[in-house]
Design a protein. Structure first.
Length: 740
């Protein structure tokens, strides 16, 4: 809260808007000595007319609705006195109690009414017209409200955000407060997203000892989850213990070893020896990695019979497509005919798309029902356009749902209810992590064919594992690696440069025309201005490339050439404020009608609607890019259009969005843009890698302009030391894991 924080106290006059998913509420608060109620906005789940609120926050001004008070902390007090209790209950605050029942209750119990509602359902049942079952239901509903109220009071008392209350309550129900008191470290679960340090401070305040086994176990789990978020499926045992000891400032590892033994006993974690080294996994990641290895080994084993007169079939496919396949492309189509699973890899311009079309045509000739899939919405859309049939995200293909009790997704299609398709082709496989691949494999029929397409030289997935690279290195999955650059593709400086970068050769950066230009700028602010000029004026004006077809990429989020600052500058130029453009501030970001935005975390429970097709579904995923199509005038919500699928974001869900005029190279994986402006200056040392540069360059389809320092570009070309990921999939496929 800022130095300008103020406090208000009053009675809730009315609730204007409430989002039941996250508790965001707009209400009118009647203040003593003031004729008109004031508008208060914030996270206030369950607040009802008649309650007395003490709110701390600050005044703001909404463009359409005027002054409103933005609540930071909220203290709720139940109404006292028969008249206030009657008003409260008559508002519908308690499920099952309407105005008539409220009058009956208050007439019978007076100022004791709320006490009776919570603790004496037997007394309620004595009232005429209230059956024992209805009395129990009303009492249970009121107790649930009291549980939420006490949970909110507890969070407020320890300086924790009220937004935690609803996910805690969804997961633990009436026991949420007791569960939190017993184990404050449950706040570090992925859905809740509280740092270990914050949860640890709460634990200390609640009297949990520094050496308490619960604390040690929570720290070990936190380290494993944190590193899974950095791409590791496991940690070596010695590294896990050392990192956790640093986190807890422990000098001796023995207590942690005992805590790890207990976690393994309860199957929260698992130890396994891989290639002679002890590895510690979260149990679900070990299960996923094992399953991927086992299933792919099974699929790679059989040799299938190709269609009769295969040569004639292949000739017919080439004639229909008006093309003669190169030898490696013939090899790819033939391999798809003979094997249940295969890899098809290659860089830009090597004919992956032509080969993929050939495989799809072969499967059609064989009468196979084939599904096309990709990890992201944009990659799926591009795949569908390339192949001439609808493509799905993997999540959508498997029909993803969200379990609020576990905080995890689950899929309709699995081993019990597999997909009906006879074959699945997955593009951009480098982006697929191990858990998602395990889910996909579980959703395939036992005889379903699988073709995995990708470029192993791109950055690995955001999630745990290095799936495509491990599969290629294992040598156990039938594969065709396309290496020939076709003559037409070789005329592109983008494609030539990408292959030179892959081989550690610095491309020509002399700006001799074509589709790849390098503009030298050695000062950050000058470089940032150039990026904005390119997108706002020069490329649209001189080269006819519309601004909405240009994507700015940068390796980093921070600094003058990071996404945050570039987005601010690009928004000012491309979508400046205007009277007809409603906007919604969120922290340091302003979301404005027409802005390009990106979803930055998986939300399996978000509902989307496609009004053109009349379709709806659940799920919007990390990396999806859309445009703000509507901003509610009261600032309570905005709507984002993701290529026709519209998603409503209530105000407290805006943390899932970022402006996307500029995005990091990592976030651009799986996407291809007509034009890319790449910011190549002020790159942090850990991102000065060949794989980052290669991925950035290969995102551009028709035009690439790099702005920055040629020396930085050169250092990225030279640095072929990829960030190490702890993954044992290759070793499992090679038989180097001690299963047991």
């Amino acid at each position: 809260m800022t130095d300008q924080a103020q406090a208000l106290e009053g009675r809730v006059d009315s609730v204007v808007f409430r989002n039941e998913e996250n508790g965001y509420t707009v209400l009118r608060l009647a203040l003593e000595g003031r004729e008109e109620p004031v508008t208060v906005v914030g996270c206030m789940p369950g607040v009802s007319p008649g309650e007395v609120l003490s709110v701390t926050g600050e005044w703001g001004h909404h463009a359409a609705y005027g002054a409103q008070f933005k609540a930071g902390t909220v203290e709720r007090r139940l109404p006292t006195g028969a008249a206030a209790i009657l008003e409260y209950l008559s508002s519908g605050a308690v499920k099952g109690v309407g105005a008539a029942t409220a009058q009956k209750l208050v007439r019978e119990f007076g100022e004791e009414t709320l006490e009776v509602l919570e603790n004496h359902p037997d007394r309620l049942a004595r009232l005429p017209g209230l059956s024992p079952k209805r009395a129990r239901d009303i009492s249970q509903n009121f107790r649930a409200q009291m549980g939420m109220r006490r949970l909110l009071d507890f969070l407020r008392g320890y300086g924790l955000p009220a937004e935690l209350a609803l996910p805690l309550y969804r997961r633990y129900g009436d026991e949420a407060l007791e569960e939190l008191r017993a184990n404050p470290y449950l706040l570090t679960d992925e859905e809740l997203g509280v740092s270990f340090q914050t949860a640890d401070a709460l634990a200390v305040a609640l009297g949990i000892d520094a050496g308490d086994p619960q604390r040690l176990e929570a720290a070990l789990l936190f380290e494993l989850r944190h590193n899974a978020g950095n791409g590791h499926t496991f940690l070596p045992g010695d590294k896990l213990l050392a990192a956790t000891a640093r986190l807890l400032s422990l000098e001796e590892p023995e207590p942690l070893e005992r805590a790890l033994d207990e976690l393994c006993r309860r199957r929260k974690t698992a130890r396994q020896t891989v290639a002679g080294r002890e590895c510690v996994y979260l149990s679900e990641l070990l299960e996923a990695e094992r399953y991927v290895a086992l299933r792919l080994e099974e699929m790679a084993r059989p040799e299938l019979r190709p269609p009769a007169r295969f040569d004639q079939v292949l000739a017919r496919i080439q004639a229909e497509q008006g093309i003669t396949y190169a030898p490696q492309q013939v090899e790819a189509v033939e391999l798809a005919a003979r094997r249940q699973v295969m890899l098809l890899t290659g860089g830009p311009g090597t004919g992956k798309t032509t080969s993929l079309r050939g495989v799809l045509a072969l499967f059609a000739h064989m009468g196979l029902d084939t599904a096309l899939a990709a990890p992201t919405g944009r990659a799926a859309k591009r795949l569908g356009e390339t192949c001439g049939q609808e493509a799905y995200t993997i999540h959508r293909l498997l029909e993803t749902h969200f379990d609020p009790k576990t905080g995890r997704p689950y899929f309709t299609h699995d081993q019990r209810d597999p997909l009906k398709q006879d074959a699945v082709i997955v593009d951009e496989t480098s982006m697929v992590d191990v858990p998602l691949m395990a889910a996909l494999l579980a959703g395939l029929k036992s005889d379903c064919r699988l073709v995995l397409v990708g470029d192993p030289n791109q950055l690995p997935s955001v999630g745990p594992g290095a799936l495509l690279a491990d599969l290629v290195k294992s040598g156990t999955i039938p594969a065709v690696s396309l290496v020939q650059i076709f003559r037409q593709a070789a005329q592109s400086a983008i494609i030539r440069s990408a292959h030179e970068i892959h081989h550690g050769v610095l491309p020509q950066l002399r700006n001799q025309g074509g589709d790849f230009f390098f503009l030298t700028r050695l000062k950050s602010r000058e470089a940032a201005r150039t990026v904005v000029e390119l997108v706002g004026e020069r490329l649209p004006g001189r080269m006819g490339v519309p601004a909405d077809q240009i994507q700015v990429l940068t390796p980093t989020r921070k600094g003058p050439m990071g996404t945050f600052e570039l987005n601010r500058l690009l928004q000012e130029t491309l979508n400046p404020p205007a009277p007809d453009k409603p906007q919604r501030p969120w922290g340091e970001i302003v979301f404005r009608l027409g802005d390009r935005v990106m979803q930055v975390k998986n939300n399996y429970d978000a509902m989307w609607l496609d009004p053109v097709r009349g379709e709806s579904g659940l799920g919007v995923f990390n990396g999806d890019i859309g445009r703000i199509a509507q901003v509610e005038r009261d600032g309570s919500a905005l709507t984002v259009d993701f290529d026709g699928r519209q998603v409503l974001y209530p105000a407290d869900a805006l943390g899932e969005l970022e402006l996307a005029y500029a995005v990091t190279v990592h976030k651009s994986q799986g996407s291809e843009y007509p034009a890319v402006v790449f910011a190549c200056l002020d790159v942090p040392p850990m991102l000065l890698t060949r794989s980052v540069l290669y991925t950035a360059v290969t995102r551009a389809r028709s035009l690439l302009v790099t702005v920055g320092d040629k020396r930085v570009f050169g250092r990225m070309v030279e640095n072929d030391r990829p960030q190490r990921r702890y993954s044992a999939l290759r070793a499992r496929l090679a038989g180097e894991a001690e299963e047991g």
